[in-house]
Each structure stands twice: as structure tokens, then as C-alpha cells.
Design a binder for this molecule. Structure first.
Ligand SMILES: Cc1ncc(COP(=O)(O)O)c(C=O)c1O
Length: 413
């Protein structure tokens, strides 16, 4: 590693330039959005507003979504499309509502609402997605960190905790290309989830398959389908699976879905009917007109891959050049939206702070853990999809300088 003085003067030079850089946004770039131009004009005339069944998408109805779209999600997730509800524009909204309903009404007949317990807990594989943790925090649900490795969360710990404690009511999982670690759960991990034996009858797994098709290589990870496995153990009611087209078409203007057992879907339909008369079917119709077959979606995901793969590569090249041998490691995921950097303990926050002072915005160091608190202070999430390659290279170089400065500062403390 270079001397502190050399690094510090390079850092000061960046600071003087006063340029604003941002590697915090896990969202598609305008170029990615442009690949979906045809979605904007997929339905342009009243005569085109009818589903294959003849439902008029301009009117109320089809609470569970239009069949065309249900089938699409069924194929995407590898589940029975009859057990899919297609909803509004956000899977996170579905997750929030699912927790909210469980708090108010419970998830199983005969079990009291979660809010009637003095304290309930969720297991939170870390590093994880801050918005999952925010939902728990909002509802006052205690969160327990579960370490992750390259196969998924620590299943020994999960099995033990859920078997012993019936106030543990849920777990957040991003089983494919996890945010931010990029981990796809191994077949063994999925099987162990499928046969979990929780003490609480109303324990639920929130299987957030947000990156199900979001590959970055021609040899993508394969995730074992959870419901097929869970059915072998009569455990299918334990799972709620979520997905959306946010990073396939337009984030915030896509379509979201929830899949579960037939029993859970029937219950959900009753509950949903109180919340809404139906979701935006015109948007569902637009999506199903664009994606007539599964291959059409695969084609679209290839376009995304072509655009974002060089961006990930640009960041890897800088990290390799600048950080090799510095005790810092990073993920090279086969898909998803993030690179996850592991720093020496106690240096992540300082790195992010140094970046910020020099004009580079990076996601807060604690955001990958419940309560914004990573006890080891060692994980940083980089989001390379939004900026263009030139900006990314600059941002990555500045990031490396800051990371090395933080490591040196720590070593002389
Ligand atoms: C793991 C995960 N789940 C859910 C979402 C949000 O999904 P949606 O746009 O469908 O609400 C994101 C967005 O970054 C995510 O990373």
C-alpha cells in the first residue's frame, strides 16, 4: 500500500476538484430504461384494453391480477400461476402489507395477531436489505442478525433459534443474488428452509426473489424452487414469495407479485378485498403485451446485462489495481445490482465518511444491518448500475483511496 502522505495528497486533489459522484443508487440507468420504450405504447386505444378472457382493464375487477400476468410471474418464479397474485407497482409494498396484516390479524386461524405479543422477532440474514429492516423497525419487531456465507444464511443458527423460540415469527430472505452480498442460496440451504420446524405455527419466511432473472454472466446461478421443496414436507404455508418487474421494466412503474400456498392465497384474497377493488390492470396488460412469452423477458434481461456488465467490470478493474494486497475483499456476483466490499473491522464507516467529504456518495456503512448497526463496521455496498463507466472509474478510484486511508488511520490508532 502507498504511504499515507501520497494517498492523502491524492485525496486532497479529488476534494479540490469538487466533483459530485454517486455509487449509492441501486437503480437502472436511463439507458436501461430506454430499452423499454415500447412499454409506453403497448396499449394505446380503448379497443386494446381487453384481456384474453375479455376483461375490460379500464374497469374494476380481477383482484388477483389478469391471467396473462399471473402466468408470466408463475413462469418467472417456477410456481403454479394459480397461486400468484399480481398487484400494484411495488413488491416492497406487498411485503409491508403482509407484515402489517400479520401484526393486526395474524397469519393463521387460531393464532393471535403478532402485535398481541409483548415482543416478537424476525431473523435477518446479514448483510441484508435496509428496507426489510426498516419494516421491522417501523412495527417494533426485534431483529436478530444471522450471518451469511457464500451458500446463504447460517442454517444451524436458524434451525436452532426457530425450534426454541415461538416469538420468532419471520425471516427476511433474498435467495438469489442477495442485496448486497450477491449470494444465491445453495440447494442444501433451500432444502433446509423447506423442512424447517419452527416452534411458532405462524412463523413465515419472506422469500424476496427480487433478482430472480437479473444475471450478469452467461453462466447464471440457479436457485432451487422453494414451494416444490416445501410441499415435500407439508411446509408450503410457511412461505411468501415476492417479485416484481422493477428492474426488468421500470422501477416504481412496474408490476409486483406475491406467490404462496393455495391456502395462504385464499386468505390473502379475502384480506386484499378489504384493501382494494383491484390493482392497475392496464399496467399489467401493458406488461403482458410486451412479454408474451418467457423468452421475451429473457431477451429483455440480456439487454440489461449488456448494459450493466461493463460497469461492474470497470469497478472490478479499479478495485483489483488499487486494493489487491490491502486486506480488503469484494464480491464478483453472477447477478444482482451490487458489489459488496469487506473491509478490516472498524473501517467501513470512516471510508464512507472520507468518500462523502470528497464528494462521493456511498450507501451508509451500517445500512446492511438491522438498526443501521454493523457491529464489525466492515461492510460497504457499491451500486454500479446507474453511473456511466467514466464516472464509475473515477468514483471507484476515489473509493479505493478512501478505503486505504481508513485502513491506515485504523492501524495507527
Ligand atoms: C431485495 C429487494 N427487494 C425489493 C426491492 C424493491 O422492489 P420493488 O420495486 O418491487 O418494491 C429491492 C429494490 O432495490 C430490493 O433490492
Amino acid at each position: 500500500m502507498e504511504d499515507y502522505e501520497v494517498l492523502f495528497s491524492a485525496y486532497e486533489a479529488y476534494k479540490q476538484r469538487g466533483k459530485k459522484l454517486d455509487m449509492s443508487r441501486g437503480k437502472p440507468s436511463p439507458k436501461q430504461l430506454d430499452t423499454m420504450e415500447r412499454l409506453l405504447t403497448a396499449v394505446t386505444h380503448s379497443s386494446e384494453c381487453f384481456t384474453e378472457k375479455g376483461t375490460d382493464c379500464r374497469n374494476y375487477g380481477a383482484l388477483d391480477g389478469i391471467n396473462e400476468c399471473k402466468r408470466l410471474f408463475g413462469t418467472m418464479l417456477g410456481v403454479d400461476w394459480n397461486n400468484v397474485i399480481v398487484g400494484g407497482n411495488s413488491s416492497l409494498n406487498f411485503m409491508y402489507d403482509t407484515v402489517a396484516r400479520a401484526m393486526l390479524h395474524g397469519v393463521v386461524d387460531g393464532c393471535k395477531p403478532w402485535s398481541k405479543y409483548e415482543q416478537i422477532s424476525f431473523l435477518c440474514p446479514v448483510p441484508g436489505y435496509d428496507r426489510h429492516f426498516a419494516i421491522c423497525e417501523f412495527f417494533g419487531i426485534n431483529m436478530i442478525n444471522i450471518p451469511m456465507d457464500e451458500h446463504g444464511p447460517d442454517m444451524d443458527m436458524i434451525e436452532k433459534l426457530v425450534a426454541e423460540d415461538d416469538t420468532i415469527k419471520g425471516i427476511w430472505c433474498v435467495p438469489k443474488y442477495s442485496n448486497p452480498g450477491g449470494v444465491t442460496y445453495s440447494d442444501e440451504v433451500v432444502r433446509r428452509f423447506a423442512k424447517l420446524k419452527p416452534k411458532a405455527k405462524d412463523f413465515r419466511v419472506f422469500w424476496d426473489n427480487a433478482y430472480v432473472l437479473h444475471d450478469l454472466t452467461d453462466k447464471p446461478d440457479k436457485l432451487l424452487e422453494i414451494f416444490g421443496e416445501a410441499e415435500k414436507y407439508g411446509n408450503e404455508d410457511m412461505f411468501f414469495e415476492f417479485a416484481s418487474t422493477s428492474k426488468i421494466t421500470y422501477p416504481g412503474s412496474g408490476v409486483a407479485a406475491i406467490a404462496s400456498s393455495a391456502k395462504n392465497i385464499a386468505r390473502l384474497m379475502k384480506e386484499l378485498s378489504v384493501q382494494t377493488i383491484g390493482h392497475d390492470k392496464l399496467n399489467q396488460l401493458r406488461h403482458s403485451r410486451i412479454f408474451k412469452t418467457y423468452d421475451d423477458i429473457v431477451e429483455q434481461m440480456k439487454k440489461h446485462m449488456e448494459i450493466i456488465r461493463p460497469k461492474f467490470k470497470a469497478v472490478y478493474t479499479v478495485l483489483e489495481d488499487e486494493l489487491t494486497g490491502c486486506g480488503i475483499s469484494w464480491t464478483i456476483p453472477n447477478g444482482g445490482y451490487f458489489i459488496c466490499v469487506t473491509m478490516p473491522d472498524g473501517t467501513a464507516k470512516r471510508t464512507v465518511e472520507l468518500c462523502k467529504e470528497a464528494g462521493l456518495i456511498i450507501t451508509n456503512a451500517g445500512a446492511t444491518h438491522p438498526y443501521g448497526n454493523n457491529p464489525r463496521d466492515n461492510i460497504i455496498r457499491l451500486a454500479p448500475t446507474f453511473p456511466e463507466v467514466g464516472e464509475l472509474e473515477e468514483a471507484a478510484k476515489l473509493f479505493c483511496i478512501c478505503a486505504k486511508l481508513a485502513v491506515i488511520e485504523k492501524s495507527i490508532q
